[in-house]
Design a binder for this molecule. Structure first.
Ligand code: ATP
Ligand code: MG
Length: 158
């Protein structure tokens, strides 16, 4: 489906913002300009849900989660960042591997299977995009993914 990504993203963020039980503040740094993408909305919802769930799960009380979009040459780059515990730099690429979890003891107490980001990577790659993370241990994590921007319903490029 061709969807206005900003609207789609805002609806998912709204759902988390309304239901979250933690004291974590959301900051949306999203442009007003609509950017259209051709996506499987169920799959992309699952991808974004997992990234936001992780950000919440690893955020401290009083933490902040930031949502951003950047555009360069018809590619949309989506960013979700937290100021939580972070990931040691030697492990940051492995979080997209199946069943990989940074700290087994900590991971067990947090619940989950370690599959969320592996599925996210499969889905983003199936859409022709890329997904990666940058993290600083003790300071926070940013997950990025890209999607191609397509023409809108009127056949115009944004
Ligand atoms: P599941 O998503 O299957 O419920 P999970 O959240 O543990 O389980 P992934 O979403 O694949 O699995 O994440 C893999 C691991 O990467 C996590 O267990 C955690 O160690 C680390 N990780 C992911 N996101 C963050 C984050 N925002 N901050 C710190 N660590 C993270
Ligand atoms: Mg997860």
């Amino acid at each position: 489906d061709i969807v206005n990504f900003n609207e789609f993203f805002n609806r998912i963020i709204d759902r988390f913002e309304l239901s979250k039980s933690q004291n974590v503040t959301f900051h949306r740094m999203l442009p007003k300009t609509p950017y259209y993408v051709d996506i499987d909305t169920d799959k992309l919802t699952q991808v974004i849900d997992n990234i936001i769930s992780n950000a919440l799960k690893y955020s401290p009380d009083g933490g902040n989660i930031r949502f951003g979009i950047a555009v360069k040459e018809q590619i949309l780059k989506v960013m979700i960042s937290d100021d939580g515990m972070g990931i040691p730099s030697e492990n940051v690429n492995r979080i997209f591997d199946r069943f990989y979890r940074v700290d087994r003891a900590r991971a067990r107490s947090m619940g989950g299977t370690g599959l969320g980001l592996a599925i996210a990577r499969e889905m983003i790659e199936a859409h022709g995009g890329k997904i990666w993370a940058e993290s600083e241990e003790g300071h926070g994590t940013t997950v990025f993914f890209t999607l191609d921007i397509v023409m809108d319903e009127e056949g115009e490029w944004d």
